[in-house]
Design a protein around this ligand. Sequence first.
Ligand SMILES: [Mg+2]
Length: 396
Amino acid sequence: MGRTILHVDMDAFYAAIEQRDRIQLRGKPVIVGADPKNGRGRGIVSTCSYEARRFGVHSAQPISKAWRLCPQGIYVRPDMAKYARVSERIMSLLMEFSDLVEQVSIDEAFLDVTGSRELYGSGEEIARKIKSRIYGDQRLTASVGVAGNKFVAKVASDLEKPDGLVIVPPGKEKEFLSPLPMTRLWGVGAKTATYFTKMGIERIGQLADTDRAKLIRTLGKGGEDLWRLSQGIDDRTVSPEEGYKSIGHETTFEKDTADPDVLHDTLLELTEKVAQRLRSHQVRARTIAVKFREADFTTYTRRTTLQVPADTAERIFPVAQRLMRPLVRKGKLVRLIGIYGSNLVEDQTGQLPLFGPERSKDRDLAAAMDDITGRFGDSAITRASLVPPASKRGKT
Ligand SMILES: [Mg+2]
């Protein structure tokens, strides 16, 4: 039996939280986003309630347009700190069901529950338990897709929103995708869809029936990727350390090593790079994770959450060391180590209402180091950035 992957996606997340917390908003068109300024506002809609969607309002729409479509709507400024707290709680509930939870945005995550089936039942049973756990704890609904891979699970979670549950049994992936429009494919936006329409391809099933070699000739590697998705094939793993808003570096040793000094120095070097990238993105990490792979590919991820988010090696390195130390076993060869910062918060230096100002000597020193590295470049940074592209983030 193959993998069981869940995609859990909260319904109208910000708007649902506001409706939960303010009884007078329930059943009303609630639009969370920029100030509409009587139709002259220039920002966008972050999320809106299902009641507002009936007026044609949707996320990422200009707030001025939302105002025209739905002047009777209740316009609410986002409270990101509150949404982040709810998000954290939900992610920790998901971790009760599997160690393999990859958060892909503030309100959605993939879970690989293959190893949890024995304990918690089938994918469907786990999905039901998760939905009721979230509702019981937070009075919020989630939609869940259950399938053998990430792509199909993600498509499934979106089909019966809100409060949806869609299960795609193993072997039925292609059949499930076939009638759906091309825009459901990852990476196909309106433009690409128009291109396929000209080729006579409007549904995923039509792409699946297209000659693979011809697609590769016309579209290259991207064509092959789309063709594989159209067949319901997606081998990507659920990787907790590569999820939403994480910044990390890892390195594979040229030669497997058990030398504690090499491990120490490499961890320090990686930590400095991560800290520097956090600062250049003007964010701080609340969660620090260490990835540790032994020569036989046994892989451990250890993480911890800090009281005060950090963006300096001086603060992150001792934490990373504490996480790595129990994993280092005498004589055991190590193939790879990595460090990740996630649960990122915006760094508004000097005005951190949640945590108080924390301008300290180590930050000043770090800023000076950044200046030097900035001027001379850092050719040593070869590992990929792990901030996912916008296309991976999906809808609310
Ligand atoms: Mg959502």
